[in-house]
Design a protein around this ligand. Structure first.
Ligand SMILES: Cc1cc2nc3c(=O)[nH]c(=O)nc-3n(C[C@H](O)[C@H](O)[C@H](O)COP(=O)(O)OP(=O)(O)OC[C@H]3O[C@@H](n4cnc5c(N)ncnc54)[C@H](O)[C@@H]3O)c2cc1C
Length: 386
């Protein structure tokens, strides 16, 4: 079976690996470079927080397990470090409700004291007045490009081929196959085509009649955009994910940290990326110094505006076109979900075994739906979902 994949982010790489493992001949078309899209700018926290409805929560929980399974034979990309979260003021009630809800779903979370939090993260400067900390021991973080290397490397070892730079301008759904058209004008027919083009999915899907409305990834301050600061190496013992009212922090290898202040995202604009030594950067570094010892003199090596790949209702899209020749995969939380979605999609494409986990996430839900009629998604600073 010959399968084309459009896009080599985490979703394309994971699908390529699973398809190649299943014996398919895989060709990936990537416009810019592997990891050039959202995968290269992600907080990359592996979690299932605020993932509703229940089916979406269960998908994310299965996504976490898939990372654990994939990491069993080693790897330098998945760190099951756990996550510490706390809130203040009005946020405490909402955190308590979230923790109760997650416990009700059987998700591993416990309340720990500030003192215990200090033991888990030795250089944490716990702000005064935080009585309890929510501790999620099964969560962690990924180094996204290292994970991409693992997935794509295995696919390549199994014979998958990369065409790059190669921009796909359209996909034509033909009976028992689909045709890819490139910007060069060349066309090529495959038994199946997987759309894994992230935030660029909507026009490609439309070219073959698949409804796949995506939230506008350019809209400043919207659910789709978010600032991430990447620090220079720091002599700070953090080692775990921190999600706090002022700053989210995760290790990025070699002493570097990724920092995120969700309230600062109100002004995040992909058209105007703030400088790495400007006002935003100084604010992020000041918040980091207040939170973690050993970060005096912290500076950012880069400040990036991430653009999320968000189906317009905020939920994963995974499924075939009407003819069964084109398969669309688009999702937010793609770092948590990538390894799982790639495996399930490959299973559906090669052996036509449908996955019950994906039943609620088919593209048909958008058939006949006017994009403008969908409620706008709440930005992460309000929704708290990564
Ligand atoms: C600020 C921020 C924080 C995040 N935090 C988290 C988190 O904590 N946890 C989590 O799980 N997720 C998180 N995410 C989301 C996660 O990073 C994404 O869901 C994931 O990276 C999407 O991967 P992808 O492969 O679908 O898309 P991409 O990585 O964007 O890959 C798509 C690829 O397709 C290529 N392409 C596009 N169009 C074409 C074409 N026409 N022809 C050829 N190639 C094409 C692009 O060049 C690109 O390389 C975050 C995202 C952001 C922005």
């Amino acid at each position: 079976m010959r399968v084309a994949i459009v896009g080599l982010g985490i979703i394309g790489a994971s699908t390529a690996r699973s398809l190649a493992l299943a014996g398919a001949h895989v060709t990936v078309f990537e416009r810019t470079a592997p990891g050039a899209g959202t995968t290269g700018t992600s907080f990359a926290w592996i979690n299932s927080h605020k993932k509703n409805p229940l089916a979406y929560h269960e998908l994310n929980v299965a996504g976490i397990s898939e990372h654990e399974a994939l990491a069993q034979d080693g790897g330098d990309w998945f760190f099951r470090t756990g996550n510490l979260e706390w809130a203040r003021g009005a946020g405490m009630e909402s955190l308590a409700a979230d923790v109760d809800g997650l416990r009700g779903r059987g998700y591993p979370v416990e309340w720990i004291t500030a003192e215990r939090a200090g033991e888990l993260v030795p250089d944490l400067r716990m702000p005064p007045g935080v009585p309890d900390v929510a501790w999620y021991p099964k969560e962690g973080h990924v180094l996204p490009v290292a994970l991409l290397a693992r997935l794509w490397g295995e696919a390549r070892d199994l014979g998958a081929e990369l065409r790059c730079p190669a921009q796909v301008t359209g996909v034509t759904d033909e009976s028992a196959g689909a045709r890819v058209t490139l910007a060069s004008g060349a066309t090529e027919r495959f038994d199946a085509v997987v759309l894994a083009a992230g935030r660029w999915s909507e026009p490609l899907a439309a070219s073959c009649g698949l409804p796949l409305p995506m939230a506008d990834p350019e809209a400043a301050g919207s659910a789709s955009v978010g600032l991430l600061g990447y620090t220079a190496p720091l002599p700070a013992r953090v080692g775990r994910v921190l999600t706090t009212p002022e700053l989210n922090v995760r290790p990025d290898g070699g002493g570097r940290l990724v920092v995120q202040g969700l309230d600062l995202d109100a002004d995040a604009d992909p058209a105007h990326v703030p400088p790495a030594d400007g006002e935003y950067a100084r604010e992020l570094c000041a918040r980091l110094r207040a939170l973690v010892d050993g970060t005096e003199g912290a500076r950012l090596e880069s400040l990036r505006v991430g653009q999320r790949s968000m189906p317009a209702d905020g939920k994963t899209v995974a499924g075939f076109s009407a003819t069964g020749s084109v398969y669309a995969l688009a999702t937010h939380s793609g770092i948590t979900l990538g390894p799982l979605l790639g495996r399930l999609a490959a299973q559906e494409i090669v052996s036509r075994r449908t996955s019950p986990l994906l039943a609620g996430f088919r593209p048909e839900r958008f058939a006949g739906v006017d994009k403008e009629s969908l409620a706008p998604l709440a930005p992460a600073r309000f929704a708290g979902q990564q």
